[in-house]
Design a protein around this ligand. Structure first.
Ligand code: 16G
Length: 251
């Protein structure tokens, strides 16, 4: 199992950024998705280095942020263990759809109001999420998303500039544009948490101050494992239903 998780074929891509970041993301995804159960021991650094073909220094650099994020704990003598209480529980979504598709499935017409778009210097969060090397810029597109003319969500999408060289060209659906270039995501990880909406957000969404909202963070991948989208969204709490199919683990 560890062999499968760590084998570079499953996660290492040529232009996916520094290898320690790629290994970090692989381990983070495996832990937060529940594929590595709480309490599971990670192999010793030396073995991870062998399985991945990376140096021990690189392996250590990948594991350190997992310790800082509270996803694993390290104790002398017992090595590195997946934390018993992983900070956020993640539900896997069965279908990867765009806002436009979600709304049309509900019989609503999707539209957008542009808040910001262009090429910018990336924030540290964007650099890590998209695996950007230093000195590289990022494409951003921030939109108020409406359904049937009613504001539903504020979405801040960040993409590598070789995937989206000109954000100004996105007029309707981002995923349609990515699809045309053969870069539509095939897999995504999504984190959802509750928030109390900030003044600016309630104004944009046109709902009462103090309303509850959903904070949704989506990291999307294309075939081959490269991250092509990191989007942070704020949804009206009453506007989005999130359905996950659950199955018993093992009989
Ligand atoms: C969804 C995605 C967002 C994606 C957008 C593309 C969530 C939480 N987010 O809203 O990550 O960028 O769809 O929509 O579901 P579009 O193709 O209609 O522009």
């Amino acid at each position: 199992m560890m062999q499968d998780i760590l084998h570079p074929d499953a996660w290492l891509v040529a232009h996916g950024g520094p290898r320690y970041q790629q290994l970090y993301r692989r381990l983070e995804t495996t832990i937060t998705s529940g594929a590595l159960a709480p309490g599971t021991s990670l192999p010793p650094e030396r073995e991870i280095a062998e399985m991945t073909g990376l140096s021990r220094v690189t392996v250590r650099k990948a594991i350190q942020p997992l310790v800082e994020a509270g996803l694993v704990t390290q104790r002398r003598g017992s090595g590195t263990v997946v934390a018993l209480r992983v900070p956020k529980v993640e539900q896997s979504l069965s279908i990867l759809t765009s806002f436009s598709e979600d709304m049309s499935r509900r019989g609503l017409n999707a539209s957008s109001q542009l808040l910001e778009r262009g090429i910018f210097d990336p924030s540290p969060e964007e650099m890590v999420a998209l695996g950007l090397s230093s000195g590289v810029q990022v494409a951003r597109i921030t939109r108020l998303r409406l359904a049937g003319g009613k504001p539903m969500a504020i979405e801040r999408a960040s993409l590598p500039t070789d995937i989206l060289p000109d954000p100004a060209l996105i007029s309707e659906s981002l995923y349609d544009a990515l699809e045309r270039d053969g870069n539509r995501p095939t897999r995504a990880l999504q984190r959802i948490s509750a928030i109390n909406l900030q003044t600016r957000d309630v104004e944009l969404l046109n709902i009462p101050k103090g309303s509850a909202g959903l904070n949704i963070e989506r990291t999307s991948y294309i075939k081959g494992g490269r991250v092509v989208e990191f989007t942070r969204s704020v949804y009206r709490g009453d506007a989005y239903d999130f359905v996950a199919e659950l199955r018993i683990d093992k009989l």
